[in-house]
Design a protein around this ligand. Structure first.
Ligand code: CMX
Length: 439
């Protein structure tokens, strides 16, 4: 058995025993109360699932197995140039809860290189789609087309014991993560570079090889991709892409189906698609203002006109966070180091100075601060990746690391089919009437 798999199942076996004992003793303990506002309001903050890889604090932001983004930038093994962590290290951490050594990360890079072969029919399926099909549509189609490779599905057909589910889930996870950059790069090159594809470079790490297949060789861009792939990977279990993967996975859909479903959720403009919306909104603003260096006053007017048109300001607000997103801050720091004089980046920073006060002034926005999507586009444009319809695919490749690590845990801990209770409004009205009588 490979060393990561062995480590994972050792830890999962121990935690499963602990979980069993914990539930035997404390299974009836209440951890939450639910209000009607939460039920009608998108289930905000209702504690209802277990998610091992990461945890989100409204003020501090995301922690992966207890480590913040600044800590990870310092502690995880770096790429050959620059100081950004390799996402391989984050996956190791999320899966087994330990910061890996450089050797362990190199082993994982090597594993993913050897597993990266994408079957030919996946490219044929992609080639049958219009080149202007949205890249997220192409991405989810390609993931579903790769399902022919699912070891979990094959083993289930053959008749697999419940206690073995984790094993092919791990194998599918490793294969799927290894293959995603190839598929994603293929979509980019067919959509925007006349189908001139670039073969993988087996000497590079996972994120750098992705940059290479996109056709952008600048070492700084490879660093950006390492950072990007690390910070977008996970945001605990309740966000739409993670929760969808978890929910679909709970039906024992294989990892390909589960992840494809998660990517359909990521493609919504209130979630991952916001990264394309942000830069589109900025470009439209610059067009409307007729300048690449707008003043804060001009930006404020444009923000107000967007709100007056009944639209949201993309890249701002969050369902959980109540402070500037540390993922935004990490990207801002990257920009301060590598491109402080970029006009576009300076627009992003001015928007950051202007928007929170305006949103706060509306009196209803719970979090007026920027989220992860507010900065990413300006960084990508700087390196020539200007086709913003593609941006959510980058988010999706990264998100695989967290949601698939969590799926391995769900299978190893034997989590059941997820099936919360829904209510009708009539039920709610009757419940309120009954409560009023009994008071
Ligand atoms: N611009 C304008 N209005 C906003 C707003 C924004 N950026 N963020 C929230 N609001 C509004 C809501 O639309 C809601 O208005 P109504 O009461 O009229 O319906 C009100 O403020 C209260 O919303 P909230 O409780 O603060 O926020 P939610 O938890 O309901 O929604 C989110 C969170 C992210 C969907 C919302 O902030 C938003 O639409 N942001 C813009 C889209 C975006 O950037 N999404 C990406 C999030 C990160 C990610 O998943 O990638």
């Amino acid at each position: 058995m490979d060393p990561l798999k062995q480590k994972f199942i050792d830890k999962a076996t121990a935690l499963k025993a602990e979980m069993k004992a914990l539930l035997a003793e404390h299974g009836g303990t209440k951890v939450d109360e639910v209000t009607l506002s939460q039920i009608f309001g998108g289930a905000r903050n209702i504690k209802m699932m277990v998610w091992e890889p990461s945890e989100l604090d409204p003020i501090e932001g995301i922690r992966f197995r207890g480590f913040s983004i600044p800590e990870l930038r310092e502690k995880l093994p770096h790429g050959p140039t620059g100081k950004e962590p390799k996402p391989e290290g984050l996956f190791w951490l999320m899966l087994v809860g330990e910061i890996p050594t450089l050797d362990e990360v190199n082993w994982l890079t090597d594993q993913w290189r050897h597993r990266c072969n994408v079957p030919e029919h996946v490219f044929k399926v992609l080639d049958s789609l219009p080149v202007d099909a949205h890249p997220m549509a192409q991405f989810t189609v390609a993931i579903n087309a790769m399902q022919t490779e699912s070891i979990f599905a094959r083993r289930y057909d053959e008749g697999m014991k419940k206690t073995e589910y984790w094993d092919p889930t791990y194998e599918d996870t490793m294969n799927l993560i290894a293959r995603l950059p190839r598929v994603a790069a293929y979509i980019y090159r067919r959509s925007y570079h006349q189908g001139k594809h670039i073969s993988p470079d087996m000497t590079q790490d996972w994120a750098a090889n992705f940059a290479h297949m996109l056709g952008i060789e600048k070492p700084d861009f490879k660093n950006l991709m390492r950072l990007y792939m690390t910070i977008h990977a996970d945001h605990e279990g309740g966000n739409a892409s993670a929760h969808t993967t978890h929910l679909v996975g709970s039906t024992l859909s294989d990892p390909y189906f589960s992840f494809a479903a998660g990517m359909d959720a990521l493609a919504g403009p209130l979630h991952g698609l916001a990264n394309q919306e942000v830069i589109r909104w900025i470009f439209r603003m610059l067009d409307a203002l007729g300048t690449t260096t707008p003043t804060k006053e001009q930006i404020a007017e444009y923000v107000k006109s967007t709100l007056a048109a009944g639209q949201v300001i993309p890249g701002y607000g969050h369902a959980v966070l109540r402070r500037p997103d540390p993922r935004f801050i990490a990207q801002k720091e990257f920009a301060e180091e590598y491109m402080p004089d970029s006009d576009l980046v300076n627009v992003v920073w001015k928007v950051f100075e202007v928007v929170p006060d305006i949103l706060e002034g509306l009196g209803k926005v719970k979090n007026p601060w920027p989220n992860v999507d507010a900065h990413s586009g300006a960084l990508l444009v700087q390196y020539g990746l200007k086709e913003y319809s593609y941006y959510t695919v980058l988010f999706g490749v990264s998100r695989a690391l967290g949601v698939l690590a969590a799926l391995c845990w769900a299978r190893a801990l034997g989590f059941p089919l997820e099936r919360p209770k829904s209510l009708t409004t009539d039920w709610v009205k009757a419940f309120i009437a009954k409560s009023a009588v009994s008071v």
